[in-house]
Design a protein around this ligand. Sequence first.
Ligand SMILES: C[S@@+](CC[C@H](N)C(=O)[O-])C[C@H]1O[C@@H](n2cnc3c(N)ncnc32)[C@H](O)[C@@H]1O
Length: 270
Amino acid sequence: MNLPERHYVADGVADKIISKILAVTDCNGADISINHFKYDQFHIGGAVATQELLKLMGDVTDSAVLDVGAGYGGVARYLAHFGGANVMAVDLAQSYVESAQKIHESFPFSGRVTYLQGDVCGDFSGAEMGAPLFDWCVWVHLGMNINNKENALKSMYNKLNNNGKIIIYDVLKTGDDILDEKCFPLPWADNGAQSFVGDIKTYENSLLGAGFNVVYKEKYDEILPKIINNPTPDDVIPFAGSDFKLCLENLRQLLACGAVAPWFIIAEKI
Ligand SMILES: C[S@@+](CC[C@H](N)C(=O)[O-])C[C@H]1O[C@@H](n2cnc3c(N)ncnc32)[C@H](O)[C@@H]1O
């Protein structure tokens, strides 16, 4: 088992997500609401940030979308249900892929999502992914686990059609400081050896090296006050790590002191 897989263990998480969703939705009705996306998003800002992501992507009706590092599939389902996209959701952790599938089957989501195990650092070229080439690659809170971002982005480049674009929503460093061990655990890593947080220059250079041109970048700090000013609740679903509440609290501290911030980046093939 490699380093991220040791952190991303999903024991019983799907059932917890499903029961939380059932508690805030009409379980007899066939209508899907934003509440169905309240507990399955593993990134800063949850469904509000995903809503922003879809807004930035624009019309994705019938588009082929490759969601990498898809986690419990919350972003993929959102893009399929509200955007009308056909989504291939890929994650390294088999237990996450199974959890995502279970959540999907528990509610009447519309749109098409296929869940698949895969490693963005491996060879994606021969992977069986439904669509031969994609219109969009969606990469949400994945880069913090990827040491060689340029190589992983090259694989994404090869999976996109000529007009294809990638949208990244990641946690970026604001300064040169490395995150020392006392900052950990964090939601994406138990320790510094699992964590590869880059700054905006790292992303721009990696994207350029992989054949992309950055067309949009935004430090998404409008989401921060809500997170910084609200302590993590005790009953938070333990998405990952051995103490997920501590992971979230540590991240809250880093966001509050401005050491890291969430960014959106969109890049197109050159
Ligand atoms: C912080 S979670 C984000 C999940 C999802 N994108 C979301 O926003 O809800 C990061 C995810 O990336 C996955 N991951 C980490 N390294 C990966 C790799 N090399 N290839 C594919 N997925 C990876 C993890 O298993 C985890 O599910």
